[in-house]
Design a protein around this ligand. Structure first.
Ligand SMILES: Nc1ncnc2c1ncn2[C@@H]1O[C@H](COP(=O)(O)OP(=O)(O)OP(=O)(O)O)[C@@H](O)[C@H]1O
Ligand SMILES: O=C(O)c1ccc[n+]([C@@H]2O[C@H](COP(=O)([O-])O)[C@@H](O)[C@H]2O)c1
Length: 249
């Protein structure tokens, strides 16, 4: 999987997005700049894939709300889109399969030169005009350094899944305050083996706003202004999510 300046890349971020913060979207911009400036490829699209409701995580509001907030937060982006595929499945889907599904869809879409796929059924996350781009599109997992570090949590990820994600797709890791992805990779035999498929991007303007922090502020009736998109905050208050119950926040 050699990357050259003409390699077409799509980035997919998987997570809870409960709620989505501006940093969740900002990481796409940081990754795209890095990939293009380093001549590693051309980023043709970005996908935000929220996890299924059955993914037992504290503070997870329904996928309907999370998808709605992601759409609101992405209104001003012309290249990052929501994929609700994960949320529509019967149960939680492991990330390897999420990547596989999206990569397979992209491949068959690109091969569909005589327009067999009905236009109305083309998902919104397929970039407009992608068929005009010659060659293949490589889907890569975009994540923060904490997700990379979760690879070492015993019993959480399957080794064969990590091998597939790293071997077939590759990952783009955005540094996060308190993380040292280089050191982490060095300490892992598996990650070191796939080192060339891992792109580490230094986020020079670190911003450690997390969904946890936003939930905490909201539940205490504190302001989230300038930390969260105004329209997302408005949506949260409208539906009384995260313990807001229409309090000022
Ligand atoms: N401030 C940040 N800097 C870099 N990456 C981030 C940041 N916030 C979130 N991410 C990344 O976004 C992806 C989705 O994250 P997730 O939905 O778990 O957000 P989170 O803010 O970490 O959530 P929570 O606080 O609920 O654990 C993950 O890959 C995570 O590492
Ligand atoms: O595929 C796996 O084995 C796997 C194991 C743990 C977590 N994940 C994914 O990683 C993401 C973690 O999100 P979060 O909010 O827990 O940081 C979410 O999209 C999960 O589906 C995936």
């Amino acid at each position: 999987m050699r990357m050259t300046s003409s390699t077409k890349i799509m980035l997919i971020a998987c997570g809870s997005f409960s709620p989505p913060t501006p940093m969740h979207f900002r990481m796409f911009e940081i990754a795209r700049d890095h990939i293009q400036q380093m001549g590693l490829g051309q980023v043709v699209g970005g996908i935000v894939s929220p996890v299924h409701d059955s993914y037992a995580k504290k503070g997870l509001v329904s996928a309907t709300h999370r998808c709605a907030m992601i759409k609101i937060g992405l209104k001003t982006s012309d290249w990052i889109h929501l994929s609700d595929w994960e949320t529509q499945q019967e149960e939680w889907t492991r990330t390897r399969q999420v990547l596989q599904y999206h990569q397979n869809y992209i491949n068959s879409y690109l091969k569909d030169t005589n327009g067999t796929i009905n236009n109305q059924h083309i998902p919104a996350w397929i970039p407009e005009g992608i068929k005009r781009t010659a060659g293949q599109v490589q889907l890569k997992l975009l994540c923060g350094a904490d997700l990379l570090e979760s690879f070492a949590t015993p019993g959480l990820w399957k080794d064969e899944d990590l091998e597939a994600i790293l071997g077939y797709h590759g990952i783009v890791v955005i540094s996060r305050a308190g993380s040292n992805p280089e050191q982490f990779i060095f300490n892992s035999d598996l990650l070191s083996r796939y080192r060339r498929n891992i792109t580490i991007v230094t986020n020079w303007v670190t911003n450690d706003v997390s969904s946890t922090l936003i939930r905490k502020l909201l539940s205490r009736g504190l302001s989230v202004k300038y930390l969260l998109d105004d329209h997302v905050a408005e949506y949260i208050r409208k539906f009384g999510l995260f313990g807001t119950n229409n309090e000022t926040s």
